[in-house]
Design a protein around this ligand. Structure first.
Ligand code: ATP
Ligand code: MG
Length: 363
């Protein structure tokens, strides 16, 4: 297949839908409808949940112990960038505990009665999953941490001098809170989670295993070298790997290839403007902006987000974690800075401060 330069439009002969090629679609962000389509790819048991070995090993012990004591599992706090498997893990845990899971997200818990309604309906040892837990309102957060600790809630009836507080008992349950922003969760709530689980970007071998598993479920053939390249280009993020795999399947199908081969992946990555580090166009533009407009930084997140025409949340949740872990960006108290590696990656000349080479920072 003919290769095109990054940025060049794909040949029209391939007739690939435009949305297939939009780089923004590849980010870890959730896309409506995709969750439904993704259902088949979602692991159901701990055995199917690949990677995150240390976390999984500990969880296996805690789940086994809780089950043998016939007690509810301690509350879990899942922290990590989008698409790494927080929601998946919550569902896996409920499955392993052989119990039901009730799922909501913090913005949906608008009034105290929303929380009371859910908690009073939980059965013993159920899992209650709250996504985006950093977005809870303070009044709800307070009710929740009392419920987590004492398995009861205070419910105020009436107003003024005639108001009465009713103590409502709740069955022992397991709260699983997930967040991309652990720093925004109040410490009284954080301290009530007995099991903190911090997700890291997936190792290459785990990403390969995820790609192969998903290809098997999608009944798509993929060569070993193709799986390896795809895995290396998916930002250490299972959601991105699954998304890329679907796109590769499109490219293979449209070009008439019987399976996803390495040339198919190479060609598709070029069309999608994903480079060998897994960076997309927007990642490179962020780095280029810091280097060219802000002289390498430091630049505040808000200023940077405005310059990029992005929301601060998108910048902080979706772009930065991977750039930081790839060693291309540093968060400092004074703002974001491009590292020496970023200059090198973008092929922009710059000087490292003498005697401070290890910091990787340029001034
Ligand atoms: N450990 C894993 N093994 C295999 N597949 C995984 C794993 N973790 C996640 N996935 C796949 O990646 C997809 C995205 O995962 P998930 O929705 O759980 O991420 P998340 O951390 O909850 O993201 P968000 O912060 O956007 O809610 C899942 O649908 C699943 O198919
Ligand atoms: Mg989720």
């Amino acid at each position: 297949m003919a290769k095109t330069k990054p940025g060049a439009p794909p040949p029209s002969a391939l007739n690939i839908p435009k949305e297939t090629l939009s780089p923004g679609l590849l980010h870890g962000e959730r896309i409506p409808d995709e969750e439904k389509r993704d259902h088949a790819l979602r692991p159901h048991s701990l055995k199917e949940f690949l990677g995150q070995a240390a976390m999984k090993e500990n969880l296996t012990v805690f789940i086994k112990a809780a089950r043998s004591r016939q007690e509810s599992l301690d509350h879990l706090f899942l922290i990590g960038p989008p698409g790494l498997g927080k929601t998946t893990l919550a569902q896996v845990i409920a499955h392993e505990l052989e119990t039901e899971i009730v799922q909501t997200s913090a913005p949906a818990l608008d009034k105290p009665k929303d929380l009371v309604g859910i908690l009073t309906n939980l059965k013993e040892r159920n899992v209650f999953f709250i996504d985006e837990i950093h977005r809870l309102k303070p009044a709800i957060e307070e009710m929740l941490y009392i419920a987590m600790e004492d398995y009861e809630m205070d419910w105020v009836i009436g107003q003024g001098p005639g108001a009465r507080t009713l103590r409502i008992p709740i069955k022992p349950f397991t709260l699983i809170g997930a967040t991309t922003k652990a720093g925004n969760v109040g410490s009284p709530l954080v301290s009530r989670f007995g099991i903190p689980c911090r997700f890291s970007f997936y190792e290459k071998a785990d990403m390969e295993a995820i790609v192969r598993r998903s290809a098997g479920i999608l009944e798509t053939k993929i060569d070993d070298t193709a799986a390896s390249l795809l895995a290396a280009s998916a930002r250490g993020t299972p959601r991105v790997a699954n998304r890329l795999l679907r796109r590769m399947r499109d490219f293979a199908q449209v070009s008439g290839a019987p399976s996803i081969t390495r040339p198919v992946v190479e060609d598709a990555l070029m069309r999608l403007e994903i480079d060998h580090l897994g960076l997309e166009k927007q990642d490179r533009e962020i780095l280029a902006m810091i280097i060219k407009r802000y002289n390498g930084g430091p630049v505040g997140a808000e200023t940077l987000a405005i310059s990029m025409g992005e929301g601060v949340d998108t910048l902080e949740d979706y772009y930065e974690p991977y750039l930081i872990q790839a060693g291309l960006l540093q968060r400092t108290p004074r703002g974001r800075m491009a590292t020496a590696l970023a200059y090198e990656h973008l092929k922009i000349p710059g000087g490292i401060v003498q005697g401070n080479e290890n910091s990787g920072l340029l001034f």
